[in-house]
Write a protein that binds this ligand. Structure first.
Ligand SMILES: C[S@@+](CC[C@H](N)C(=O)[O-])C[C@H]1O[C@@H](n2cnc3c(N)ncnc32)[C@H](O)[C@@H]1O
Length: 325
């Protein structure tokens, strides 16, 4: 059998993609410091609040987090938490701790990211007691660490892997007992856009082939072919960061098609402007009072350039296709 060529971590393009993890965490840290939502754990991944972010950026992150959480919590309710979650390209995301605090834990919560990011996250967990405490009920901190790039405990697992290498990903997830028989939720938040359409299709195809009852929730760019989208692409290119999957980010239809072509039974998609108008409006009114926003049009444009797409397949007939906003 020919040896598989792994993607090299030193690749400059991959380095630029990995650095987007800090952007996401820094923006989430700033927005929570302003009171957009509560996250007592993000401070352990980014120490300082950092420089000011514009109100439209904070509102955009608010919509992103509320939108993802809404679908995630709906999946947990449908499955009564008898399920597993796989967060693909999780970066320094803190959802595991939120679920733990809210008593909403699935049977097991998996995260995958490049080995370098996984190692950073594991280091933070090992050295910050508020992060490690929920994990060490049945393990010592030493037994949590299997190697520098993966961590395993009863309910939480972090895996260092490249999402473009499906056989490698599949091997690692099996090694950590991902169970194909359990209802499974896949989350990807600003991740698939960094892969070519062929690579992301293979990934979502692997998910639909492997799990008979599953939901995939994907947040990423939209309407990228217009002028505003082109400026977003150019800004990232200036940082050597290439949106290799931008073709799929043309429209809500192209987002849904990626799933419908790869074995998923249903797919829905909304732009974030719509999500912003359907999430609980009393809380939206609260956050809109936090900071004065001069340029409403800019917020609108920004929200129109991101989307959430969710796809389901449901052999166990749990009613996953009814999950909506
Ligand atoms: C914009 S960040 C988002 C992080 C997190 N999902 C969030 O929203 O806070 C994108 C993440 O995807 C990861 N990523 C992108 N391509 C990947 C790949 N091929 N394999 C593993 N991780 C990848 C990056 O390392 C980074 O942590």
């Amino acid at each position: 059998m020919a040896a598989r060529q792994p993607f090299t971590d030193s690749d400059t393009a991959d380095e630029a993609v990995r650095s987007t993890c800090d952007d996401a965490t820094t923006c989430k840290r700033y927005a929570t410091s302003k009171g957009y939502w509560t996250d007592p754990y993000v401070q352990y991944f980014v120490r300082s609040v950092g420089e000011r972010k514009a109100p439209e950026i904070n509102r955009g992150y608010y919509a992103r987090v509320q939108g993802m959480n809404h679908l995630l919590d709906a999946f947990l309710r449908k499955t009564e938490c008898d399920c597993q979650i796989v967060n693909l390209g999780a970066g320094l995301d803190t959802t595991f701790w939120r679920l733990k605090d809210e008593n909403l834990m699935p049977r097991k919560y998996f995260e995958v990211d490049f080995p370098m990011i996984a190692a950073r996250k594991i280091h933070n967990i090992k050295t910050k007691p508020p992060l490690s405490k929920p994990l060490i009920e049945t393990h010592s901190t030493d037994s949590l660490l299997l190697d520098g790039h993966s961590l395993d405990s009863d309910r939480y697992c972090i895996i260092g892997a490249d999402l473009r290498d499906i056989p490698g990903l599949d091997d690692k997830l099996k090694k950590f007992h991902l169970n194909p028989e359990l209802p499974t939720l896949f989350l990807s938040e600003c991740v698939l856009v960094y892969m070519t359409p062929d690579q992301s299709s293979k990934l979502v195809n692997w998910a639909s082939d492997t799990f008979h009852t599953a939901m995939f929730v994907n947040y990423e760019q939209l309407n990228m072919m217009d002028r505003f989208g082109q400026v977003m692409i150019e800004n990232l290119q200036r940082r050597q960061c290439n949106l290799a999957g931008v073709e799929v980010c043309q429209s809500l239809e192209s987002q849904k098609e990626r799933f419908l072509k790869t074995g998923w039974e249903n797919a829905d998609a909304l732009d974030m402007m719509t999500v912003y108008s359907v999430i609980p409006q009393d809380d939206v009114a609260r956050i809109e009072r936090l900071e004065f926003l001069d340029e409403k049009e800019l917020l609108q444009q920004l929200l129109q350039h991101y989307s959430i797409c969710w796809a389901t397949k449901d052999k166990l007939k749990l009613g996953l296709s009814q999950v909506a906003f």
